[in-house]
Structures are given as C-alpha cells and as structure tokens.
Write a protein that binds this ligand. Structure first.
Ligand code: URA
Ligand code: CA
Length: 433
C-alpha cells in the first residue's frame, strides 16, 4: 500500500477499507508515514468526510495504536462521562460520587491539562492530602470497594491521536467532525469504558458554537460508540454562559459539595440529574430514566451521595472534614466585588472571558509549567436573565493579589446588561441516542 494512493482515494471522495485505515494509522504512529502526507490526508478528510464505517475503523485504529486500560476486574458496567469542555463545568465532581452512591462503578482516569481552571485532578487536590498516586491494583480495589476512585493518566494511550491532534492544530484541520469525533471517542474507548455518556456543549464558551454543530458532533460520536459495541448517548447542553456559579478549583469543590447537599445552583443540579440518569440507566441500575432520576434525588436527600464523597476522599488521603466544613479548603487572601454600573437585566455572560479572568487570577494553567493557585477564582452572583440594580455585585473575585484591575475589566466586558427583560437560555437542547 502506498500512502499517496490512499490520500488520492480520499481526495476523490472514495471510501477507505479497514485494512487501508489500519495501514495509515499504524505506519503514521511508527513514523513511517511522514507528517506532510498525514497533513494532506487530514485535509482530504476535512473536505470529503468519512462514512460511519470509516469513522468507526479510524477510531479503533487509534485505540489500538497504544495501551488500552483493562477494567475487566471491576464488577459491573463501567460508564464514563465525557464533556466537550467549557467554563466552570463542575459536573464530574458532582456526578462521580452521585452515581457511585447508587452502585455504578466510576473508574476515573483524569488529567490536569491547560485551561481556565485545572482539570478534575487539580480540583480534587484542593482537598488537603488528596492524591492520585495509586497503582493500578489499588485503583481497581478501591473502585470495587467504594465504587469510586480517580487515578492520574498513565501509560501510552492513543499515541496516534496525540500525534495527529498536534498536526491538525497547525494544518487547519482541527475543525472536522469525523476527526474530532474519532479523536474524542478513541480516548474514551482506550480508557476502558463499557458505556459512554457524552455532554456536548454548545454556545459561545464551547467548541461547537451552535446547537446544530453540536448535534452533528454528538450524532457522529454516538454512532461511532454504538458501532464499536459501546453503548453511547449524548446530551447537548448550554455553554453560552458558564455552568453553575463557581469557576476555580477549591470553589468548584465547594460547589460540588453544595450540589450533593441539594443546595447547589439549579442549572448544575439539573444537568447532573440528566447526565446521571443516563449513566445509571446505561449501567443497568434502573429500568427507566425516570426511576434513575428518583434514585439520584434520594441519594442527595438521604446524604448517601455526600457519604460516598467522604469515603472516596479519605481513601485517597484526603481530609474528608471539608465536606462538612468547606472552610477547611484553601482560602484566598482577598475578595473583591465587581458591581453593576446600571439597572437592567443580564443579557449575556461571555463564558470565555470569564474563564480567562479566572486564569489570570491563577486558577488555571496558561502553559504546562504554570503553577495553579487552588484558592482563587470567581463566584457569579448574577446569571443571564437575572434582574440587577446599579451597585449590585455581579461577581465576587477570590484573589491572592490585591491588584485585580485586569480581571475586573475582563469581567466587565464579559457581562452585558440590557434595559429589557431577557429569558435565561435553555439548559438542555437535545438528547441523542
Ligand atoms: N478534543 C479532542 O480530544 N479532539 C479533538 O479533535 C477536538 C477536541
Ligand atoms: Ca461551576
């Protein structure tokens, strides 16, 4: 097989066989297909697309390019949740203990990564003592015992995707549905999930700006998952403004605790109940979504979800007193209020700008080497649709420095106040199975 012929075949809009796709991915991973040919191939896919079968084969070829996590020693159906990313998305911290409380095994492999706040592991490390340096054996043991454990990323997962993603970044081929869908799905499948619930975000703060684009990506991923034997469904949810109220590491831990206590922001709670219902249902712990939702609500009101969080934190060295005493989490030295300049209604909160403001405070990493300040971040006091009077606090800034002018300017430019009443945007657009 010659790569040039395979590029030409895709350029001409023809369907590649499984053997051809395997050839491309295997040899690209080994370095035998050079970047310039892979770039041309990615561009051909960008313009000519892939059939569902090609997408599934492409995904599995990337899964097979590296290590795959074997979770077979864990009892039950392992359901993973994946979010396509946004600002202040606290869902994982709520969902993991919430569904684990119902006996759904949550074997979470998580990263740190770049972004407005840290990744799930950074956030959890806001709990004094908590660590993810456990070995695989301990990890499996803890999931079997407590239904929940988190481990850092290890091993050589989907090296083909890592290499290709880097190449796409510099060849204007990131924004391609077949390439995005196979990239995301390959990582979930290699991480060992039996079933997958996808939270595809849409809006200004998301990768997919419109609900239509988000639906196209969701459909693509659901089809790939189901084609390769992993029960997959997707929820399309709003990220036109940040989710919940907290953006920051310790602040999001506190927000998750509040939500598991039944006292969290309504949008975060609703999205967690929706995603959680699907997880519980796919794990076959409930016979309908309605039943699953009732079980989740019971786990919150009975305190079972919070108890599961305590057990999980303690098992990985964490100080579980933070659950009843969130003041034991890292605290910022200063707080500042950003107030409204006029009367009216909040009509827009540009999620990206809010995220950048949090990052400037030190809540997230700008580069791999940056240190995160776990205590700092933002609490939104007003969201889209809320009425405000001049002088009301829009956002509370938690900072370890006294000069927050830059942060204030960012937040000011993120908020739009209109004279006329505005409806809050819908939280959930669609569910795709
Ligand atoms: N996130 C991924 O993991 N892959 C993509 O291609 C795009 C976003
Ligand atoms: Ca949040």
């Amino acid at each position: 097989m010659r790569m040039v012929d395979l590029i030409q075949k895709k350029r001409d809009g023809k369907e590649l066989t499984k053997a051809e796709i395997d050839h491309i991915i295997q040899n690209y991973t080994k370095g035998e297909i050079p970047d310039y040919q892979m770039s041309a191939f990615a561009m051909a896919v960008y313009f000519k697309d892939m059939t569902t079968e090609e997408r599934a084969n492409f995904t599995m070829a990337m899964v097979e390019s590296g290590d795959q996590i074997d979770l077979s020693a864990i009892e039950g159906i392992k359901v993973d949740k994946h979010s396509t990313g946004g600002v202040g998305d606290t869902t994982t911290l709520v969902l993991a203990p919430l569904v684990a409380a119902l006996g759904v095994p949550v074997a979470k492999m998580s990263g740190r990564g770049l972004g407005h706040t840290g990744g799930t592991i950074d956030k959890l490390e806001a709990v004094p003592g908590f660590h993810v340096e456990i070995d695989n054996e301990q990890f499996i043991e803890l999931v079997n015992k407590n239904k929940l454990a988190v481990i850092g990323q290890s091993g050589n997962l989907t090296p083909a995707d890592k290499k290709l993603y880097g190449l796409r970044d510099v060849t204007a081929t990131v924004n391609s549905i077949p390439l995005i869908a196979s990239s995301i799905m390959s990582k979930k499948i290699a991480a060992g999930a039996d079933a997958i619930v996808l939270d595809v975000k849409t809006g200004a703060g998301a990768f997919m700006k419109t609900p239509e684009e988000a639906e196209e990506l969701a459909n693509a991923m659901v089809k790939i998952g189901n084609a390769v034997g992993r029960n997959t469904m997707a929820v399309i949810s709003d990220m036109s403004q940040p989710l919940g109220l907290a953006i920051g590491n310790a602040l999001e831990i506190k927000e998750a605790i509040d939500t598991l206590n039944g006292k969290g922001p309504k949008d975060l709670e609703e999205l967690c109940l929706t995603l959680g219902s699907h997880m519980v249902y796919l794990a076959k712990k409930a016979s309908s979504l309605e039943e699953a939702r009732e079980m989740l609500k019971d786990a919150i009101s009975s305190g079972k979800a919070l108890e599961t969080l305590k057990v999980f934190l303690k098992a990985q060295g964490g100080d579980d007193s933070v659950v009843d005493h969130p003041e034991n989490l890292p605290q910022a030295a200063h707080t500042f209020e950003l107030t409204a300049d006029e009367d009216g209604y909040v009509s827009e909160i540009i999620a990206d700008e809010i995220g950048t403001a949090a990052m400037i405070l030190g809540a997230g990493r700008a580069t791999k080497e940056s240190e995160i300040d776990l205590a700092v971040g933002l609490m939104l006091n007003k969201k889209v649709g809320d009425q405000v009077s001049k002088g009301d606090s829009l956002v509370t800034i938690y900072s370890n420095t006294e000069n927050v002018e830059d942060v204030k300017n960012r937040i000011r430019s993120a908020y739009t106040i209109s004279k006329n009443a505005v409806d809050a945007p819908p939280l959930i657009y669609k569910e795709i199975k």
